[in-house]
Design a protein around this ligand. Structure first.
Ligand code: F6R
Length: 366
C-alpha cells in the first residue's frame, strides 16, 4: 500500500504531481481564462460584498492560510486576517455577517478549528471550508467549500495536503478577484496557466531527491536549524521548520528573512545551518544580503533558488534549484525540497517518520 516506497511520507511527497493535477482538474478552463469553483460562484454576492475574510486553521493548515490570506488581499483586495483556530475561538473576535471565515483542515476533524467555525457561525459569518476528507465534521459544519482532492494522507506529517491547500486557496483568490474585477484578464490568464504547469514543475523538482539525501548526511546530527524566507515564502520557511521539528526532532525556527537582524542573527555560528527560500522575485537582492550576513558569521547555507540564479550559487554551501514560477506560486514548489530535507534527515536519524512521537494524525481534542 506504500506503492514501493519505504514510508507513506515519501510516497505522498512523490504523489504530488498527480494529487495537484486532481486538485486543479475541472477548476481552470482549458484556455486559462476562467477559474471555476462552485462554492464561490454559488455565493458570488457574498464574496463581492465581503468586508473582510478571516482564515482559521492549525499547524500546517495555518501555514497554508498565511499564504492564502496574502493572496486574497493582494489579488481580490479584501482585507484578510489569518488566525490560529485555538486563539480565535477564545479571543471574543469581532465578527459580523459581512465577514467570510475560511476554515482550512486536511482531516476535517480538528477540534479547535471546529470550535472556531461554530463561533463564527454564531456571530453570523458565512463559513467556507477547505478540507481534504470528504464528509468530515468540518466539511459538514461549513456553509460550503472546496475540497482539495489530494487523496488520503496517511503520514502524520502533512505534505500533499499542504500543497493542495495552497493550490485551492490560490484558485479561490483568483476566482474572487475575477468576480470583483480586481484582476486584469491577462494577469488572470497568465497566473491560471502557471497553476496548470505546477504538476510538471513538481515532477521536475522531485529530481532533487538524491541530492537532498546526500546533503542530509551533513546535517543529521545538528541540534538547531533556521529557515528564512520573505513575502510569500515566509510561511514556506515556517512550514519547512515545522516539518523538520516534527519528524526529526531537531529544533528549527522559521522567520521572515529581514527579521534575522532583530534577534536570531545572534544564534548564527558554524553549528547552525540556515535554509534560505530564495527564488528570484522582487526581494531577491535583499535575501542575497541576508545570505552574506550568515556566511560572514561562519554559518552554513542551504539555498532554494530559481534555476539559473547567478548570484546565490557562489555564496551558498548547498544550492537546490527549482523551476521558475510567479512569486505567489513559488511556495508550492519550494516546499517540495523542504519536505524531502526533513524526510531524509529524519530517516538518517532513525526516526519513525510516518508516526512521529507524541503526534496524532488528527487532533480531535483540545
Ligand atoms: C503538520 C501537521 C499538523 C496539522 C494540524 C492541523 O505536519 O500535520 O500541524 O496540519 O494538526 O490538522 P488539520 O489540517 O487536519 O486540521
Amino acid at each position: 500500500e506504500k506503492g514501493g516506497y519505504p514510508h507513506f511520507m515519501l510516497k505522498e511527497i512523490f504523489e504530488q504531481p498527480n494529487t495537484l493535477f486532481d486538485c486543479i482538474r475541472g477548476r481552470i478552463s482549458a484556455d486559462g481564462t476562467k477559474v471555476q469553483l462552485s462554492g464561490i460562484e454559488d455565493n458570488a454576492s457574498r464574496f463581492i460584498n465581503a468586508k473582510r475574510i478571516v482564515l482559521v486553521a492549525c499547524g500546517t493548515s495555518w501555514h497554508a492560510g498565511l499564504i492564502g490570506g496574502r493572496l486574497i488581499e493582494e489579488l481580490a483586495r479584501i482585507p484578510a486576517r489569518v488566525e490560529y483556530a485555538s486563539e480565535f475561538r477564545y479571543a471574543n473576535p469581532v465578527i459580523s455577517s459581512d465577514d467570510i471565515v475560511i476554515a482550512i483542515s486536511q482531516s476535517g476533524e480538528t477540534a479547535d478549528t471546529l470550535a472556531a467555525i461554530k463561533l463564527a457561525k454564531e456571530r453570523g459569518a458565512f463559513v467556507y471550508g477547505v478540507c481534504n476528507v470528504v464528509g468530515s465534521s468540518i466539511a459538514r459544519a461549513t456553509d460550503t467549500g472546496t475540497y482539495i482532492h489530494v487523496g488520503p494522507e496517511i503520514g502524520v506529517a502533512s505534505t500533499k495536503a499542504f500543497t493542495g491547500q495552497v493550490t485551492v486557496l490560490t484558485m479561490m483568490a483568483l476566482a474572487i478577484a475575477q468576480l470583483k474585477g480586481t484582476i486584469s484578464p491577462d494577469a488572470l490568464r497568465s497566473t491560471a496557466q502557471s497553476i496548470c504547469k505546477i504538476p510538471s514543475q513538481i515532477k521536475q523538482t522531485l529530481k532533487l531527491n538524491d541530492k537532498i539525501e546526500q546533503l542530509s548526511r551533513t546535517y543529521t546530527y545538528v541540534h538547531n536549524f533556521l529557515y528564512l524566507g520573505r513575502g510569500y515564502n515566509y510561511p514556506t520557511a515556517l512550514e519547512g521548520a515545522l516539518k523538520l521539528k516534527e519528524i526529526s526532532y531537531i529544533h528549527a525556527e522559521g522567520y521572515p528573512a529581514a527579521e534575522m537582524k532583530h534577534g536570531p542573527i545572534a544564534l548564527i555560528d558554524k553549528e547552525l545551518p540556515t535554509v534560505f527560500i530564495a527564488p528570484k522575485d522582487e526581494l531577491h537582492e535583499k535575501v542575497v544580503s541576508n545570505i552574506q550576513q550568515v556566511k560572514a558569521r561562519g554559518g552554513s547555507v542551504i539555498a532554494i533558488v530559481t534555476a539559473g540564479d547567478e548570484i546565490i550559487p557562489s555564496m551558498a554551501d548547498h544550492v537546490l534549484e527549482i523551476p521558475s514560477s510567479p512569486e505567489c506560486l513559488s511556495p508550492i514548489i519550494a516546499s517540495i525540497p523542504l519536505q524531502l530535507l526533513a524526510y531524509h534527515i529524519a530517516v538518517m536519524k532513525g526516526c519513525d517518520v510516518d508516526m512521529p512521537r507524541n503526534l496524532a494524525k488528527s487532533v480531535t481534542v483540545e
